[in-house]
Design a protein around this ligand. Structure first.
Ligand code: NOJ
Ligand code: CA
Length: 557
């Protein structure tokens, strides 16, 4: 470890919180969340212990894909504020020790982006080669579409110029062609711009599609190794701001994902979401059997030392189960999204965690304890900390994007606008704002919010969770996951019971007889035999975080 590495590589132990400005807090009561509202709520996020905000797209958009269809990479959607408001947010966050990263959506633009409008005006357009065109009719690509409810091909015919353009997502999202050096320069400029405004990095949307240049003719005769491109993007970022990071969306099996971290210390994406562990976690929870998750964690490839896994339980899209077998997926559907209205595209679930866990506080806390205990950096989706539910009346993936619930007041305290003016209504019923909101949970020591605060604090006080590799401990109970994270001279033992029955778990600890046990989450003490066996009592769905410190060393909480 080089001097300063542990704090310079801040993403190794960050707590990331993803939110959409338009559904977080509406300060001028027009029904749409805004930068001013978010800035007013920065102290709430600081109180939770968040160290990095990830802002979903807030740029001018035609709103075909909830902001992931951008018409101006340099703008702020006027409904949310302007650049001054953005800078105030970044500055306020920094004052509270929080970094801000923003979504970088450059696999595609909106079809209303000036580049595409120009590109489709004529085959001779100076922007024609910014996109990927073909003149001959495309083959059947229905198996490649991402949104099968809306598309049956990734090619769309353009009447005016008589050619087809590539769109990996909706047809209103034409793919940019990164083999064109002019496109790459434009992308770099976009990064440079937001870095100057103080962002600490980017969540990079749809990285495999961005790098997939198969459909593209190398522009200007240039061959491009897509990973070289990612490498150069990271190098550019590093030159402009040394500690900036790229958090990539790469939903691929581990063996394919690893190329996106790069070589040496890690010279491409800094951090990648662990979609595999997420999916297997739900399989394990559904089966009440820790083995699918444990086996998957053992298959994680070793990471370059500066790289990291982004660990999450829920994000803003459908909870994808696309890496499970059909049978496994149906098991998870049966357990957590049995009705068709709860499923999406036949591959995912459009529910949040608490309803999936039938509102059982033990199971909800188990999910988050597990998530925070897996080696990596936890990434929360707004509202998870208070146990918000989904609104199945909202279309498709929007079910989990209903507004933040601040209080029991009208519109959940999100906005003072008449309810019919809201960007999106809050959910109703058992998870509605009258039952689930920040104001009620803040003073309550037994609330989910208070629990999440302690979990975040425990994670921050345990840098081994960010730096260590996982070691599984042998024990006989299939429903129990027992693992140790060891880094430097620090050791943390984590034990989770995925089943409803209490369990007494005996674990053989290396160097056990010379160790002090400290219960990090403050539950009952455990016993340690003279031969180094720890006996951990777990309730049904119970969990324990135990710090192992050599006897006589300085106490770390
Ligand atoms: C992945 C994002 O997570 C999703 O919300 C979006 O629709 C697609 N990329 C297209 O940008
Ligand atoms: Ca507003």
């Amino acid at each position: 470890m080089d001097f300063g590495e542990t704090s310079d590589l801040w993403w190794k132990t960050a707590v990331v919180y993803c939110l959409d400005v338009q559904t977080f807090m509406d300060w001028n009561d027009d029904g749409i969340g805004d930068f001013q509202g978010l800035t007013e709520r920065i102290d709430y996020l600081a109180g939770l212990g968040v160290t990095c905000l990830w802002l979903m797209p807030f740029y001018p958009t035609t709103d075909r894909d909830d902001g992931y269809d951008i018409t101006d990479y340099y703008g702020v959607d006027a409904r949310l504020g302007h650049h001054g408001d953005f800078v105030e947010l970044v500055r306020t966050a920094r004052d509270r020790g929080m970094r801000v990263i923003v979504d970088l959506v450059v696999n595609h633009t909106s079809d209303q982006h000036p580049w595409f409008l120009d590109a489709r005006s004529s085959k001779d357009s100076a922007y024609r080669d910014f996109y990927v065109w073909r003149s001959d009719p495309p083959p059947d690509t229905s198996d490649k579409v991402v949104f099968p409810d809306a598309e049956d091909s990734i090619w769309e015919y353009d009447e005016r110029t008589g050619e087809y353009f590539l769109h990996s997502f909706y047809r209103e999202q034409p793919d940019l062609d990164i083999t064109n050096p002019r496109v790459r320069d434009e992308i770099a400029k976009v990064l440079g711009f937001w870095l100057e405004l103080g962002v600490a990095g980017f969540r990079v949307d749809a990285v495999p599609s961005l790098l997939d240049v198969a459909g593209a003719e190398p522009a200007l005769g240039e061959d491009l190794d897509p990973h070289d491109y990612l490498r150069s993007l990271r190098a550019f970022l590093g030159r402009r701001r040394g500690d900036a990071m790229l958090l990539g969306e790469v939903n691929l099996p581990y063996e394919d994902q690893v190329a996106f971290f790069g070589e040496g210390d890690g010279d491409q994406l800094t951090m990648i979401f662990d979609f595999m562990a997420m999916q297997k976690m739900y399989l394990s929870l559904a089966r009440r059997d820790a083995r699918p998750l444990a086996d998957t964690l053992l298959q994680r490839p070793p990471l370059p030392v500066h790289s990291q896994w982004g660990v999450f339980a829920r994000n803003h899209d459908e909870l994808t189960l696309d890496k499970l077998t059909d049978e496994e997926r149906h098991e998870v559907f049966a357990a957590f999204g049995p009705e068709e209205s709860m499923q999406l595209f036949g591959r995912g679930i459009r529910r949040r965690v608490p309803p999936m866990m039938e509102g059982d506080p033990r199971r909800i806390r188990l999910v988050y304890s597990l998530m925070f205990s897996l080696p990596g950096t936890p990434v929360l989706f707004f509202g998870e900390e208070i146990g918000m539910g989904e609104n199945l009346d909202l279309e498709g993936r929007m079910a989990v994007r209903s507004p933040m619930q601040w209080s029991e007041q009208e519109n959940g305290g999100f906005s003072g606008a008449p309810p019919d003016q809201l960007k999106r209504p809050p959910t109703a019923g058992a998870y509605g704002p009258e039952h689930v909101n920040v104001a009620a949970q803040r003073p309550d020591p037994d609330s989910l919010l208070s629990f999440m605060r302690s979990l975040v604090r425990a994670y921050r006080e345990s840098p081994e969770l960010g730096w260590a590799e996982l070691h599984l401990l042998e024990q006989p109970h299939v429903e129990v996951l027992a693992h140790e994270c060891r880094w430097d001279d620090r050791r943390l033992l984590l034990v989770h019971n995925l089943g409803p029955e209490p369990r007494r778990v005996s674990l053989q600890i290396e160097g056990g007889d010379g160790i002090d046990l400290v219960d990090v989450l403050g539950e009952a003490p455990c016993t340690l035999d003279a031969d180094g066996t720890v006996h951990v009592e777990l309730d049904g769905y119970g969990f324990r975080w135990l710090r192992l410190s050599p006897v006589g060393t300085k106490r770390i909480w």
